[in-house]
Design a protein around this ligand. Structure first.
Ligand code: SF4
Ligand code: SF4
Length: 205
């Protein structure tokens, strides 16, 4: 082939194949993008997506049902009985709060996002949120503490609960002692004469 013709032929083929490729590019210039500028833009997650948990402690009654339902034991709850004079308020679902909750920790590093803790909650205060970015360098930072009690409040609640326990134990001991004394008095008293024995005595007279 003539070298000049071959040279221009190569140029023509190069331009032609580039234009064929650019056709696809031009077509996509006018179609809607399926990608997003993450992390500046985030996709809206489905309503029932399971991500990071959140607990609204204003509504938590410390019933422990969520912890019992968790298959990997990553919820740690401690409670303290409230004193009769304490008014812990009501939940938004109308239940009276009777327990202090000094510890409500969720180790989200262990959580498998099964959602089993959410369903049994009687006050609907433990929920899955749409937060899915919470990586940490230190896994201890993945233990989320939801309790809102201060150390001083916890100490006061513990002292009151201990006092209540001691009073209840003292009452129980006093009742047991009174019952024992009554039983001993009954055992020591002379037996009452039976009516049959009285009739027998009258006949012999
Ligand atoms: S989502 Fe599942 S694994 Fe995570 S805390 Fe709830 S019950 Fe436990
Ligand atoms: S089930 Fe709900 S109310 Fe009961 S301890 Fe868990 S979060 Fe609190």
């Amino acid at each position: 082939m003539n070298p000049v013709a071959e040279y221009f032929g190569n140029i023509y083929r190069g331009i032609k194949t580039a234009m064929i490729g650019m056709q696809i590019t031009f077509k996509h210039l006018f179609t809607r993008a399926v990608t997003i500028q993450y992390p500046t833009v985030k996709m809206k997650l489905p309503e029932r997506a399971r991500n990071r948990l959140y607990v609204n402690m204003d509504d938590c009654i410390g019933c422990d049902q969520c912890a019992m339902a968790c298959p990997v034991d990553c919820i740690d709850i401690e409670t303290i009985k409230s004193a009769p004079e304490d008014n812990l308020g009501m939940t938004s679902t109308g239940q009276k709060k009777r327990l202090h909750v000094p510890v409500f920790d969720i180790d989200i590093a262990k959580c498998c996002y099964c959602g089993l803790c959410v369903y049994p909650c009687p006050t609907e205060c433990i929920k899955m949120t749409d937060v899915y970015e919470f990586s940490e360098f230190d896994r201890h930072n993945l233990i989320y503490s939801f309790s809102t009690m201060t150390p001083a409040e916890i100490e006061t609640a513990k002292v009151k609960a201990k006092k209540m326990e001691e009073e209840a134990a003292a009452k129980k001991a006093a009742a047991a002692a009174a019952a024992k004394a009554a039983a001993e008095a009954k055992a020591a008293a002379p037996p009452a004469p039976s009516p049959a024995a009285g009739e027998q005595q009258q006949k012999t007279e």
